[in-house]
Design a protein around this ligand. Structure first.
Ligand SMILES: Nc1ncnc2c1ncn2[C@@H]1O[C@H](COP(=O)(O)OP(=O)(O)OP(=O)(O)O)[C@@H](O)[C@H]1O
Length: 228
């Protein structure tokens, strides 16, 4: 990608390859992946186990450097950043939402969100406004153990949005939820992605919820395909 073709918003992967090992033991987890997720767009990634979906999230979020290719976020060449700058960018510009919500057990919902600016050192969005946006105002003083799976996911989504990220990476958010809660959580993700102008990628095995996403792509053997 030349400087002039790097999108200034959203996430872009260009010619991204990720290999593990070498020689006969080489595993190609990502194979020439090209992807642009616009700001305000939620893209779903489906595909069989071992296809490279987690690897894609790791490379997109700056957790893993690609073997080849370029990753840009809001026009910044992530793959060229030194380690400290990459850590800072990840903390400030990338929100992660995991299967279980990954909340701190001892903290109330409100305090989970309050913790974020303390970690980043930058003011974030107002915790109560965000809890309201995800329909959790009435649970603000509860700890994760006092919340349902769907409620924990809502808090996890709100927490991921506190730092006003440019990129939201979501891994199997409905794995522990029933059908109704799954729809509610992914509808919420889509709405917040659109409203906050975040580029969102959601990995899922749950084909039921794809209708809420703007696009679905399929990963097979490390390659991304439009879903036919
Ligand atoms: N650290 C590693 N070292 C070696 N191989 C790895 C490593 N991490 C992942 N792989 C391999 O890379 C390929 C892609 O793995 P990845 O975890 O991205 O798949 P996935 O689509 O997320 O799978 P699942 O749906 O089961 O979570 C697999 O063949 C996997 O075994």
């Amino acid at each position: 990608m030349t400087t002039s073709t790097i999108p200034t918003t959203g996430l872009a992967l260009s010619g991204v390859t990720l290999r593990f090992g070498d020689g006969d033991n080489t595993v190609v987890a990502l194979d020439d992946v090209n992807l642009h997720v616009a700001a305000g767009e939620l893209v779903a990634i489906v595909g069989p186990s071992g296809a490279g979906k987690s690897s894609l999230l790791a490379v997109a979020g700056g957790l893993t450097r690609p073997t080849t290719g370029v990753v840009t976020l809001a026009g910044i060449d992530v793959s060229a950043l030194p380690n400290r700058a990459l850590t800072r960018l990840r903390r400030e510009r990338v929100g992660f939402v995991f299967q279980s919500g990954n909340l701190v057990p001892a903290l109330t919902a409100r305090d989970q969100l309050r913790l974020v600016p303390k970690i980043t050192g930058r003011p974030g969005r107002d915790p109560d406004e965000l809890l309201g946006a995800v329909g959790m105002s009435h649970r603000a003083d509860r700890r994760p153990g006092q919340l349902s799976g769907g409620e924990r996911q809502r808090v996890g989504i709100a927490r991921a949005l506190v730092s006003r990220p440019a990129l939201l990476l979501v891994d199997e958010p409905t794995a522990a939820l029933d059908r109704t809660r799954s729809h509610e959580v992914v509808e919420l993700l889509a709405r917040e992605t659109h409203d906050a102008g975040v580029a969102g990628i959601m990995v899922t095995h749950d084909h039921d919820v794809l209708e809420h996403c703007d696009r679905t792509l399929e990963m097979v053997d490390g390659r991304l395909h439009a879903r036919g």
